[in-house]
Design a protein around this ligand. Structure first.
Ligand code: SF4
Length: 392
């Protein structure tokens, strides 16, 4: 293994000496800060960050009073049920639907594309992206159901702008932008009395839109913000940096993930997105309409827009989550999976009820696969150790 890879493996993933020291400093800084603050709440936006935190047990390493909150980092979780319903309607009419593997299993208002395929023999194909769908195209009338954040939109946009889409194929766009989701979550946390004290910005999204996209959090909201990578040490260093800034009364944007993310991001990729799509107000499942949070095809690409081509009426209704499902609150960091009565009982990774249990970026799925506070508490109680230490 080469030098840089060894460092990543040992220090970043294995939380070597630097990680251990960082955790000690975090404990010390938190202790000092809690003399002035009731609680320190830091939100990460990316589902992959939640995976790192839960998989590597990073919450266990954090001192009491320091809360790591998962934010709106799962695009599949916020894809409106009406979009899935419309895709199913088209499939029942004989149109082939191409989409991603995780969306395939997400229930709409009544059923999922997966159940429509098994119940009615609908033609639904799982692909890695729009390019893959176009490569598999055989002339049959087809729709690509595109979901995702800033990371997945560019490849779709590039195919559209470069004129690579066959005539019989169209796009049903459910792309969303991360910042409006984060802003909405920040507002709700503030309204509920415990505002966020810092933000860990998503590494993958930032590789496209650039670290600079998050500077508004520091400039306008006065929040420390760190663009972080996905190894445990990346995350721990981001927490440390935020705590340092809080202590110093500072609010800056720091790019911890410079090995991947640049200040400007991938300008070429983002230009494709801006050429293909207009930014529009869009509905987020269970959450509501967020201003400037969605991507619709521009007028010049109307012939490729499935909504126009098939006169789809996407009737979004606020209550489009299964009864009792708390995905909306979980996506906004206002609840955790163990707050849901269905979690790991009537809703599991093999039989998911709500979207957060389907996608590997959904917090319920992450907690079900790697455990969360609930499992840790149960274990501590069984061992007669500190009861409830890891409560939020
Ligand atoms: S456990 Fe299932 S039902 Fe409950 S919030 Fe998560 S996805 Fe929804």
């Amino acid at each position: 293994m080469s030098g840089p890879l060894r460092i990543i493996e040992k220090e970043y993933r294995g939380m070597g000496e630097i990680g251990k020291r960082a955790v000690k400093v975090i404990a010390k800084l938190t202790g000092e800060l809690l003399e002035r603050h009731d609680k320190i709440k830091i939100m990460h936006v990316c589902g992959t960050h939640e995976d790192t935190v839960t998989r590597f047990g990073l919450r266990n390493l954090m001192p009491k009073g320091l809360q790591l909150v998962a934010g709106p980092g799962c695009p599949v979780c916020v894809t409106p049920a009406s979009v899935i319903d419309s895709a199913i309607e088209l499939a029942k009419e004989g149109v082939r639907i191409f989409t991603y593997g995780d969306l395939y299993r997400v229930p709409g208002n009544k059923e999922s594309l997966s159940s429509a395929k098994s119940s009615y023999g609908c033609d639904v194909k799982i692909v890695y992206g729009f390019k893959d769908a176009i490569n598999s195209f055989d002339g049959k009338e087809s729709v690509f159901l595109g979901v995702g954040f800033e990371t997945t939109a560019p490849t779709t946009a590039a195919m559209i702008v470069r004129g690579k889409v066959p005539k019989a194929m169209s796009l049903l766009s459910a792309y969303r932008l991360t910042a409006p989701g984060l802003d909405h979550a920040m507002l709700l946390h503030k309204e509920r009395g415990i505002p966020l004290k810092g933000v860990i910005a998503p590494g993958h999204v930032s590789s496209i839109i650039g670290a600079k996209a998050w500077s508004y959090l520091a400039d306008h909201y006065g929040l420390p913000v760190v663009v972080a990578g996905f190894e445990p040490l990346d995350y721990v260093l981001a927490v440390l940096e935020i705590l340092r800034q809080i202590k110093e009364g500072d609010a800056r944007l720091v790019n911890e993930y410079r090995r991947v993310v640049t200040w400007d991001g991938n300008v070429k990729a983002w230009n494709y997105v801006m050429k293909a799509f207009s930014v529009v107000d869009a509905y987020w499942r269970g959450i509501g309409v967020l201003k400037n949070s969605g991507l619709n095809l521009r007028r010049e690409f109307s012939p490729l827009d499935a909504v126009k081509k098939y006169s789809l009426s996407l009737r979004d209704k606020q209550n489009d989550l299964p009864t009792g499902c708390r995905c909306a609150e979980i996506t906004l960091g206002l609840a955790v999976p163990t707050d849901c009565l269905h979690f790991n009982k009537s809703c599991t990774t093999s039989h998911p009820l709500g979207p957060c249990m389907v996608s590997r970026e959904g917090t319920c799925n992450v907690w079900a696969r790697h455990g969360g506070y609930g499992l840790i508490n149960e274990l501590l109680e069984e061992m007669n150790l500190e009861k409830g230490r890891y409560n939020r």
